[in-house]
Design a protein around this ligand. Structure first.
Ligand code: HPA
Length: 211
C-alpha cells in the first residue's frame, strides 16, 4: 500500500481523523523541517503528515524550508505527496470554497532554496524534466475522490506561485490572468520541483480561500 504524505498548508496544521502513531523529528542536510513528521493511519491507510508552516502556523511562505520538508518526508518513507494549498481565485469560476487540482504551474518565486542539485560536493549537473509538474495518476486519484464526495471542483488549472508574503496588486492579478493562470498561491514552488528531484509523485489540492 502506497504511503502518502500530506503537506498541510494554511488552515490545515493538523489532520483531523489521523490516528497518530508517532511524531518524528528530523534533522536533514538542508536543516530542520517545519515541524515533526506525524506518522499514523487515516481510514486504515498509512499516512504521513507535515504542517508546511509549522504547528502552530508561524513560518511565512518565503521562509518555509521546502528542501528540509521534502527530504524529511522521503526519509520518513513517503512514496507520494499530496500538497494542500490555500489559494486565491483569479477568475469568476474560482470562488471561495472551490477546489482545484492544477495540471500546470507558473513559478514567480525567487530567492528560495529551490534545488537539491547544488553545493560543493555536487557530482554532476542534473536537469529534471518538469514539463508536467504534477503526477497525472495521483491527480486522477484526487479527482476520483472529489467526484465521489461530490465536491465542486475544477479538474485542471494553472497554479501561479508567487513570492509573498504580501498579496498581489490588482495589476499583478491581471498579468497572472493574461499568463493563463487560474489560481494563485505562495507555496506551490519550489515544493513541486523538489518532489520531482527526489522522484516523488506530487499533486496539489488547491482550496480557494479568497476570490
Ligand atoms: N494570493 C496569493 N496567495 C494566496 C492568496 C492570494 O490571493 N490567497 C491565499 N493564498
Amino acid at each position: 500500500m502506497t504511503t502518502y504524505a500530506i503537506i498541510g498548508g494554511t488552515g490545515l496544521t493538523a489532520l483531523a481523523g489521523l490516528e497518530l502513531d508517532q511524531a518524528q523529528t528530523f534533522e536533514t542536510p538542508w536543516g530542520a523541517p517545519s515541524a515533526p513528521v506525524q506518522r499514523g493511519h487515516y481510514a486504515g491507510r498509512p499516512v504521513l503528515f507535515l504542517a508546511r508552516h509549522g504547528h502552530p502556523h508561524r513560518i511565512p511562505p518565503h521562509q518555509v524550508n521546502y528542501r528540509a520538508n521534502l527530504w524529511a518526508l522521503k526519509e520518513a518513507g513517503a512514496e507520494a505527496i499530496v500538497a494542500v494549498n490555500a489559494v486565491g481565485g483569479i477568475h469568476a469560476a474560482m470562488g471561495s470554497g472551490h477546489l482545484c487540482v492544477p495540471h500546470q504551474l507558473v513559478d514567480y518565486t525567487w530567492g528560495r532554496g529551490h534545488t537539491f542539485f547544488e553545493g560543493a560536493d555536487l557530482e554532476h549537473v542534473t536537469h529534471i524534466d518538469f514539463s508536467f509538474p504534477y503526477d497525472e495518476p495521483l491527480r486522477q486519484r484526487l479527482l476520483g475522490a472529489l467526484r465521489r464526495l461530490q465536491l465542486p471542483h475544477s479538474d485542471h488549472g494553472v497554479y501561479a506561485a508567487t513570492q509573498g508574503p504580501r498579496l498581489e496588486t490588482a495589476g499583478e492579478i491581471v498579468r497572472l490572468e493574461r499568463d493563463g493562470c487560474d489560481v494563485v498561491g505562495m507555496t506551490g514552488m519550489p515544493e513541486a520541483a523538489l518532489a520531482r528531484e527526489l522522484g516523488l509523485p506530487y499533486a496539489c489540492l488547491a482550496l480557494v480561500v479568497n476570490p
